[in-house]
Design a protein around this ligand. Structure first.
Ligand code: SF4
Length: 699
């Protein structure tokens, strides 16, 4: 074969780095950063650089469909027609007996936009249920609600190029040096060239991100709202707010001012565990800046108070007028490569296509008319953790899991396993035989992975990139889109006559016409020619959509941004004498999610190859624990047995577990989500992974 070179996009985090995939005469592939891609300009982090190892090592791949003849029977190899006929027969029978809401789909922020579009159309349009949710619920749903409640729409108004213009960064609940490395390289470079640039980091742990910080506010977990409102108070008192912007383009400032002025800085500092002078210093950095960017990730979103934290942070952009101008605005750091694309097609239980609202009858009619169907269901679907409750209660009978590993990644894992056992029918559609859902599956469907299928993804700055198909998938594995189309056809649904991924994208793009995320002028041809494009994209002549709200008009009913009072109540579970420590969880540098891909790469395992508990030496000493001891981390729902790693970079009273490890060594002792709980944000329904109460003892 001839050597080939194709363009793609990294399939890990939401930074969205461009990749060039080179294939030699023998078909072997190599990857390198795309020097022409505006996001990474040729750079890649360790995960991206090693993507070809993941693709080449097919030892764990699912190669053909498998089916159980009944519960308790072994999985048997079947052909695609048998697998799809069974899926269609079971879904039809369950829906007939128990109604459309007795089935559901749980998908992934790693699905391509076309796949997301199809599963959303299938569930909402044809099966007549809004029970289609995604692991993005675990990732960005608090940010979605934060954006909607303040700016009127789920939209990131800035671009990465604002990084090189900003002179103050507030990085909250995020460790981009490890988790969004290429963004962080850009910030590092910017600070190197402009040493006056101020970086404030808010995090209960001292992470590598703090190495670059001018100021680290090491708050008590869960106290973000108090901190950002205290900063708001300082900015009001020092006069560093933009009164003209507030008066002409926002609502809610008076109420905000009343609330933030009620709490003294001393009291706020005490609650947050930082000094008054540090709160004042951070506020002065913001007040003196010409370009102020707020960056945040799971430390804010994965919280029972997640939406409030988002509101309190975005309020800082609004009261200072730092939005809709160069170098300024909120920039949520997306955890997954296509969480944004999934939201664009409405691939969540509470959304509709192109950011239309599920509770708006006109919006439902627009989508129904476009799809040529009578109506869409109006009842909000089950969100990720609500699906687990519904399985437990027996109201959800069938669940179809695509490209995600909920037995490791959802909170309270043992409960998730018990719930799955109660399901009448579980479909697992994945690339990896290591996915923890397979023992619970009645039907296993082998999917194509990265570089084995064509499609698009949208990164954190609204940038849509095209991913080429470079290799054939192994065995009988198929692209997820093809699997969904096969199922729709077996169900007898019209509306799924798509010859290829380009046709799916074309339909999705047409459905965005007239909305704020209009990409109706975009197609694969333009994407391939330009490499990537930011939305909106209404004409080939329009200049790039680098920055939104430059006209200070917001997509709210009255066109004004909303400064929101966020309740500062802490809704997490409380510590007590039995469980006196707070457990927080997160990523390590070179691993991704539940390690089914990065765990295969020896180079990535070299960084940290075993799970650990990070604990302050003071807390360890009190418990007679020595460095390296095996310890039991016990919570209200379960435990983890793991070795202790001392660190004075974590607060006394707080411990940390990496999120990645599932069942290893024939047991589940390292699975962090044995401990995490069922608290969710009441608005976004996002689970809290950052605040569980535990005790630690020597094993
Ligand atoms: Fe991939 Fe994210 Fe690393 Fe870029 S920063 S190479 S998108 S994992």
């Amino acid at each position: 074969m001839k050597p080939q070179q194709s363009k793609s996009t990294c399939s890990y985090c939401g930074v969205g780095c461009g990749i060039i995939v080179q294939q030699d005469k023998k078909g072997k592939i190599k990857v390198k950063g795309d020097p022409d891609h505006p996001v990474n300009k040729g750079l890649l982090c360790a995960k991206g650089m090693n993507l070809h190892y993941v693709v080449e090592d097919r030892s764990d791949r699912l190669l053909y469909p498998q089916m159980r003849r009944g519960k308790g029977h072994p999985l048997e190899r079947v052909d695609w027609d048998t697998a799809m006929s069974r899926a269609a027969a079971v879904f039809k029978s369950i829906i007939q007996k128990f109604g459309p809401d007795s089935v559901g789909f749980y998908v992934s922020g790693q699905c391509l936009t076309e796949e997301y579009y199809l599963v959303n159309k299938l569930a909402k349009g044809y099966l007549k249920t809004n029970n289609i949710d995604t692991n993005s619920r675990l990732c960005m749903s608090s940010a979605v609600m934060g954006y909607i409640q303040t700016l009127g729409e789920d939209t990131v108004p800035v671009s990465y190029e604002d990084i090189e213009i900003a002179d103050c960064f507030l990085v909250a609940g995020a460790n981009p040096a490890w988790c969004h490395p290429i963004i962080w390289r850009r910030i590092e470079k910017h600070k190197e060239l402009n040493p006056g640039t101020k970086i404030i980091v808010v995090d209960p742990r001292v992470t590598q991100t703090c190495d670059l910080a001018d100021l680290h506010l090491q708050i008590f977990p869960g106290t973000d709202v108090v901190l950002y409102q205290a900063m708001g108070r300082c900015l009001i008192e020092s006069g560093d707010i933009d009164l003209h912007f507030i008066q002409n383009h926002t609502d809610g400032f008076e109420a905000y001012q009343n609330v933030v002025m009620q709490k003294s800085l001393e009291k706020s500092a005490l609650i947050c565990g930082v000094s008054v002078s540090d709160i004042q210093l951070a506020s002065s950095y913001i007040g003196e800046s010409k370009g102020f960017l707020t960056l945040w990730a799971m430390g804010l979103n994965q919280s029972a108070d997640g939406v409030n934290k988002n509101l309190a942070l975005i309020d800082l952009n609004l009261i200072t007028g730092h939005i809709g101008k160069p170098g300024s605005g909120p920039l949520s750091l997306t955890g997954q490569p296509n969480a944004m694309g999934g939201r664009e097609v409405g691939g969540m239980a509470t959304l509709l296509s192109a950011h239309r609202k599920l509770d708006n009858p006109e919006h439902r009619k627009e989508v129904a008319d476009f799809w040529g169907i009578e109506e869409l269901p109006d009842k909000p679907g089950l969100t990720a953790t609500q699906m687990i409750s519904a399985l437990e209660e027996g109201t959800l009978k069938a669940i179809w899991i695509i490209c995600t590993n909920p037995m490791v990644s959802l909170p309270d894992s043992k409960r998730v396993e018990e719930a799955m056992k109660k399901a009448r029918f579980v479909v697992v559609q994945d690339i990896s035989s290591k996915t923890a859902g397979i023992p619970f599956a009645d039907l296993v469907l082998p999917a194509a992975g990265w570089a084995e299928k064509e499609g698009t993804m949208t990164n954190s700055e609204r940038r849509i990139s095209h991913l080429s198909k470079i290799l054939n998938p192994p065995g009988e594995a198929l692209p997820d889109a093809e699997i969904l189309i096969k199922f729709a056809n077996k169900m007898g649904f019209s509306g799924f006559d798509f010859p290829d991924a380009a046709a799916v994208f074309k339909e999705h793009a047409a459905l965005t016409k007239g909305t704020n995320i209009d990409i109706s002028a975009l197609d694969y041809g333009i994407l391939k020619e330009r490499g990537s494009v930011q939305w909106p994209f209404v004409s080939t002549d329009q200049p790039p959509s680098v920055r939104l709200f430059t006209d200070k008009k917001f997509p709210t009913p009255n066109g004004r941004a909303q400064i929101r009072i966020s309740g500062a109540q802490n809704q997490h579970e409380a510590t007590d004498p039995d469980f006196p420590l707070i457990l927080t969880t997160g990523r390590i540098r070179d691993q991704w999610h539940t390690m089914t891909r990065t765990g295969k790469v020896s180079k990535l395992m070299k960084h940290i190859d075993t799970p650990f508990l990070e604990i302050h030496p003071h807390d360890a000493k009190q418990r007679g624990i020595a460095e390296g001891d095996t310890v039991v981390v016990k919570g209200r729902r379960g435990e983890v047995r793991i070795h202790a790693k001392f660190s004075d970079k974590i607060r006394v009273g707080v411990v940390f577990l990496p999120m990645h490890w599932g069942k290893i060594l024939e047991n589940d002792f390292a699975r962090t989500n044995n401990i995490t709980g069922n608290a969710i944000d009441p608005v976004s329904k996002q689970p809290d992974f950052k605040y569980s109460v535990v005790e630690v003892a020597k094993f």
